[in-house]
Design a protein around this ligand. Structure first.
Ligand SMILES: O=C(O)CCC(=O)C(=O)O
Length: 259
């Protein structure tokens, strides 16, 4: 299902929209949750085996003295690890939404699983995605999908509406009164403008790579499992200025033949 003109206008104004229709049917969601749990369970307690804890405090993630009491767990490129996640990239409800913004020639930038365990899930500080990526043109879009209902208590997304129109924000290595987060960046925002966006499991939040956003810690008794797929128009350049010719073409043509 495509987005309506009104939804596209809202995306243009705010830099994000909660997608109003279901993207993942309940039986499909069950399979995705099972595979997600299996991938995280396999890596539980490991460092450098494909799972990172973005909420580690210290000098580096592998620092033996680092504080790991909070967990914002990340597995990148789930599609390379699990066939269910490879198929998710071809799932028409996702690509139909992405096409409305990216156009007919769509490449995968990457995907990632982001897991905030119940009780001790860590925060993701204010950032623009392109603060990390520095892609050009800066018009990638992401579909963020919780596999558990995500709300204020377990770490839903919080957005600054319209911030995608204000150019590239300056980012620094994240630090709070508790210490430095070596894996995360942080930008300054006017928090009075922040809007929390609860999303139900199987639905999604579409956002622009320059929309400032964050997620708070999960102190609730509920897990917050989420998956995000980042899409780019064919021919997008990476931070080194190179066209990402080898990234998967998900719809239409790749960079060599894209107009
Ligand atoms: O899932 C999270 O907590 C953070 C997600 C995020 O920052 C993103 O999808 O860009």
């Amino acid at each position: 299902m495509s987005l309506t003109a009104e939804q596209l206008e809202r995306f243009d104004r705010d830099g994000y929209i909660p997608i109003p229709h279901r993207l993942i049917e309940p039986d499909h969601l069950e399979r995705l949750r099972d595979r997600y749990d299996a991938q995280f369970a396999e890596r539980r307690g490991t460092v450098g085996q494909g799972m990172r804890n973005l909420a580690v405090l210290g000098e580096s993630e592998s620092d033996p003295d680092a504080d790991r009491s909070e967990e914002m767990l990340q597995i990148m490129e789930m599609w390379k690890l699990d066939d269910e996640y490879r198929q998710l990239l071809d799932h028409p409800p996702l690509l139909d939404v992405a096409e409305c913004l990216v156009g007919p020639d769509i490449q995968l930038f990457h995907d990632q699983a982001l897991y905030k365990p119940a009780h001790h899930g860590g925060a993701v500080h204010w950032h623009q995605d392109n603060g990390y990526w520095r892609c050009d043109p800066p018009d990638l879009v992401s579909i963020w999908m919780p596999w558990d209902d995500a709300d204020e208590e377990n770490g839903c997304m919080t957005m600054i509406p319209g911030s995608h129109k204000e150019g590239a924000a300056s980012h620094e290595r994240a630090a709070t009164e508790k210490g430095e987060n070596p894996a995360l960046l942080m930008a300054e925002v006017d928090e009075s403008k922040a809007v929390r966006v609860p999303i139900r499991a199987g639905y999604g939040l579409l956002h622009h790579c320059r929309t400032l956003h964050s997620t708070s810690p999960n102190r609730s008794p509920r897990d917050r499992r989420a998956m995000v797929v980042h899409y780019m128009s064919s021919g997008t350049r990476n931070a080194q200025g190179a066209v990402m010719a080898d990234n998967l073409v998900l719809r239409g043509s790749g960079p060599a033949s894209a107009k």
